[in-house]
Design a protein around this ligand. Structure first.
Ligand SMILES: Cc1cc2nc3c(=O)[nH]c(=O)nc-3n(C[C@H](O)[C@H](O)[C@H](O)COP(=O)(O)OP(=O)(O)OC[C@H]3O[C@@H](n4cnc5c(N)ncnc54)[C@H](O)[C@@H]3O)c2cc1C
Length: 473
């Protein structure tokens, strides 16, 4: 019998599987697709490579969670440092988010002058720095009593940041600045949305500060595309089963039986990397189905529409841009597009002289369910986004050698989920309401962006680290 069966090779599944395997535990990793990484993978279409969703790696620096987990696995990724982390373009203004606070403030004061800018961004910077220095908190949902006890490990964090935890970010910013422009509020809100996955009015200022401040940390470009990172991370694992979907799981007294279309495997413990909203469908047992039922309502149906383009161009582009428009694009939840370019030296991701571009915008998965409107809606949004990207970043139409788009339905088809970006970290979704990495069912665990701690590399890795503690491995 296998000791650990890990279902899904996203950031959470691949990392915990590689870690357990490195520590000598018999582990098998199942992935329904031929490539690893889920939302953070790379795919090829008609000979062109694209990062599927994630394009930025944050948290790979000393003392931060991604590096400490990679070190624990014994894995060193091939990376290129990105500074500025993003270039923000809004109404003809260009604001690079430099890692250095002073360099960033200098441009900010030119583009969005305000006497309170230094005080505000120093606060954002300080909240981030002191948060990442804090250690020792953990979170369990195994029993109510254990959950209460684990919450006490957050008391130092609660005391330190209580002022910012209780207040909604929108009100805090308005009060702090006294008066500010809609344009500047949109500048802040667009940056917060890509990290916290929620608008300023729904989150506390603590979450907003961490979201605004992540660019003061090191961010990296992954050479060769994200799937290559997962291939390298799991290279020494003995059992990685690609193109193998787990169709259902039987729960026995002391073990589980996982079924694929071809065979069945017994495992003592199961770690799911599927979304917590839909994992109940894998089981028949009422007790397990009921466990998941209470989390199904957390699904906010938030998702992404993707534009992928390859261009042949001599222009020098940075790795990441956020393009903020004054009005929302149709069938989207945002007026900001996040656009990432491959590094010119990265000829594994795109041919020399070409850029592989991955652009994303928030949408609602339910808007893509009507089959009669699907194709026309998809084409219209794809055309609108191509036009915006080309106009703002001065790409000529004739430089585009390939383009395609993906909707929440595409994600459902390939990676078994249409809600993307995980739990929005709103004031309602904060601890203790977050689903944990362990469950009330013996031997059943979870990793990924719909459970503790949050989405993205640092958020999911905090959950992997938490699970490692809970498993005592
Ligand atoms: C458009 C977009 C852009 C993003 N940009 C960034 C970014 O730049 N930086 C960043 O840090 N984060 C980014 N994120 C967030 C980040 O990509 C996700 O939070 C993270 O990748 C989710 O990881 P996960 O562990 O939840 O696994 P997932 O990505 O959800 O992967 C789960 C895997 O499990 C597999 N699976 C599911 N069910 C089964 C089954 N029954 N059997 C076998 N396999 C199964 C799926 O095929 C999939 O491969 C972005 C997200 C999106 C959508």
């Amino acid at each position: 019998m296998i000791e650990y069966a890990v279902v899904g090779s996203g950031i959470g599944g691949s990392s915990i599987a590689a870690y357990l395997d490195a520590k000598g535990h018999e582990t098998v990793l199942f992935e329904k697709e031929p490539y690893l990484g889920g939302c953070s993978s790379t795919f090829m279409h008609k000979g062109y490579n694209y990062n599927t969703g994630a394009t930025t790696l944050a948290g790979y620096q000393d003392g931060h969670i991604v590096k400490s987990m990679f070190d624990a696995i014994g894995f060193t990724p091939e990376l290129i440092s990105t500074d500025p982390a993003i270039i923000i373009k809004q109404n003809g203004k260009t604001t690079p988010r430099y890692r250095d606070l002073e360099a960033f403030l200098e441009v900010l004061d030119m583009n969005y002058p305000h006497p309170k800018n230094r005080e505000f961004w120093t606060l954002v910077y300080d909240i981030g720095t002191s948060f990442y220095e804090m250690r020792g908190h953990h979170y369990t949902t195994r029993t109510t009593w254990k959950k209460m006890l684990s919450l006490t490990s957050y008391l130092p964090l609660l005391f330190k940041f209580q002022r910012y935890l209780r207040v909604n970010a929108h009100d805090f910013i308005q009060q702090f600045y006294g008066e500010t422009t809609d344009e500047y509020l949109q500048f802040l809100a667009s940056q917060v949305l890509i990290v916290a996955q929620a608008p300023l009015k729904k989150i506390n200022f603590f979450t907003a500060a961490l979201s605004l401040g992540y660019t003061f940390n090191e961010t990296h470009y992954v050479k060769g595309g994200f799937s290559k990172l997962f291939e390298s991370m799991t290279a020494s694992m003995k059992q990685v089963r690609r193109k193998t979907q787990i169709t259902n799981i039987e729960s026995k007294e002391d073990y589980f039986v996982l079924h694929t279309k071809r065979d069945s495997i017994k495992a003592k413990n199961v770690i799911l990397n599927s979304t917590v909203y839909e994992s109940g469908q894998l089981f028949k047992k009422e007790k397990i189905k009921n466990y998941y039922k209470k989390y199904e309502k957390l699904n906010n149906y938030q998702s992404s529409f993707m534009l992928y383009m390859t261009i042949k161009s001599d222009t020098k582009y940075e790795h990441h841009y956020q393009l903020i428009q004054n009005k929302q694009y149709p069938h989207t939840l945002s007026n900001a597009l996040f656009v990432s370019f491959s590094d010119p030296s990265d000829d594994q991701l795109s041919e020399k002289g070409h850029y592989s571009i991955t652009a994303s915008i928030h949408t609602d998965s339910r808007w893509w369910e009507d089959a009669s409107k699907y194709n026309s809606q998809k084409e219209a949004l794809e055309d609108t986004l191509i036009k915006s990207v080309c106009d703002i970043l001065e790409i000529k139409k004739e430089e585009i050698v390939h383009h395609m788009s993906a909707t929440p339905r595409t994600f459902r088809h390939y990676i078994n989920r249409s809600q993307l970006g995980g739990n929005a970290i709103t004031m309602k979704n904060f601890l203790p309401k977050l689903p944990g990495n362990d469950t009330s069912i013996k031997g059943l665990y979870h990793v990924g962006d719909t459970v503790y701690a949050a989405q993205g590399w640092p958020g999911v890795m905090l959950g992997v680290d938490n699970l490692r503690r809970l498993l005592h491995v």
